[in-house]
Design a binder for this molecule. Structure first.
Ligand SMILES: Nc1ncnc2c1ncn2[C@@H]1O[C@H](COP(=O)(O)O)[C@@H](OP(=O)(O)O)[C@H]1O
Ligand SMILES: [Mg+2]
Length: 315
């Protein structure tokens, strides 16, 4: 395998996530919103094929784990294309690899298919194991194509927010884009601390875990639950200060959280399982069913609060 500078990996993750995002904005224009299933499948598969081809060309020695490269999606087809999706690296090879790209070509597929929604994302993460066997997410990028933003890790060990000129106007909060237009193209990204006494918790729009309602009632804080689609969009909302935490349980996979967790950790946020254990990636079973992301100042309150309602956690 060729040795490549770590800086290249951060830049490549950001470049590929943003480029797949622009491709997805084009798919929305081309396919339209009348047939939601066709739009979802075409978006999932075109973004997957783009990322698989780009990674094969730019990093030929690396393994890839993509949501759309599992054998269970082999029958899915994109509009106007009868080819089966490119398969992921075989399991044995992936588990012994030292570099594995973990990608979600379209996170928040449902929201992608709903006109006017901007809470969907492209995730590109790199997992690496060093010579001593220590494993970690070493780079990651989350593109929010409809918001014209990419959140990414940097070679310095930090994270940054990159604004691009694509994107679609926000039909609800028209003001935020105008404010963003005044930003420089790239700014450092630091997870902001919550306001004292308050906590806005992002939850799934379509599958909010029941225990989060009990958690909200139990906390000695003014808690607001904010439904948002896509794990990447929710974690980005934490890092952008639009909410203060993301709590999820009941089901998810490595590709749903790898890239956003890489960016969150680099931006100084807390990101863990809901029992406080570290998030671990490139496992044999890619299920990673729960996650907590928040500013470190809120972590112990939330972990204790979740522990207190553990009798209502999903099995
Ligand atoms: N209970 C569950 N089981 C499996 N996957 C889940 C899940 N809840 C959420 N997810 C996945 O996590 C991502 C974010 O979900 P949500 O928008 O509901 O918060 C979605 O990814 P995809 O859109 O890539 O399928 C969704 O499929
Ligand atoms: Mg996903």
């Amino acid at each position: 395998m060729t040795e490549r500078a770590a800086a290249d990996d951060h830049a490549l993750a950001a470049e590929l996530a943003a480029a797949a995002g622009r491709l997805l904005l084009g798919v929305r224009d081309e396919v339209g919103f009348a047939d939601g299933r066709a739009l979802k499948d075409t978006g999932d598969l075109r973004s997957h094929e783009y990322l698989m081809a780009a990674l094969a060309e730019r990093c030929p020695g690396d393994a890839v784990l993509s949501e759309e490269g599992r054998s269970s999606v082999a029958g899915k087809r994109s509009r106007g294309d009868d080819r089966a999706p490119t398969r992921n690296t075989g399991e044995a090879e992936r588990l012994s690899a030292s570099r594995v790209w973990i990608i979600d070509p379209l996170d928040g597929t449902r929201e992608f298919s709903e006109e006017g929604r901007r809470d969907w994302a492209v995730h590109v993460a790199l997992w690496e194991r060093d010579a001593a066997g220590a494993a970690r997410l070493s780079a990651g990028a989350v593109a929010l194509p409809a918001q014209g933003l990419t959140l990414r890790t940097d070679a310095t060990g930090g994270a940054s927010l990159v604004r691009d000129d694509a994107g679609e106007p926000d039909p609800v909060t028209a003001g935020s884009d105008a404010a963003r237009r005044g930003l420089p193209r790239e700014v450092p990204l630091h997870a902001p601390a919550p306001d004292a006494g308050k906590l806005r918790i992002a939850v799934s729009r379509t599958r909010p875990p029941e225990f989060v309602q009990r958690l909200a009632e139990n906390l000695d804080l003014d808690v607001e639950l904010v439904p948002i689609g896509s794990a990447g969009a929710k974690i980005s909302a934490v890092l952008l200060g639009e909410v203060d935490a993301y709590v999820h349980a009941g089901g998810q996979y490595e590709w749903d959280s790898a890239a956003p967790a890489a960016v969150a950790l680099a931006a100084g946020a807390h990101a863990s399982r809901i029992d406080g254990a570290p998030l671990e990636y490139n496992r044999k079973d890619p299920r990673l069913p729960d996650i907590l992301v928040c500013h470190p100042v809120s972590a112990s309150t939330l972990l204790t609060g979740i522990g207190d309602v553990s009798d209502s956690l999903p099995g």
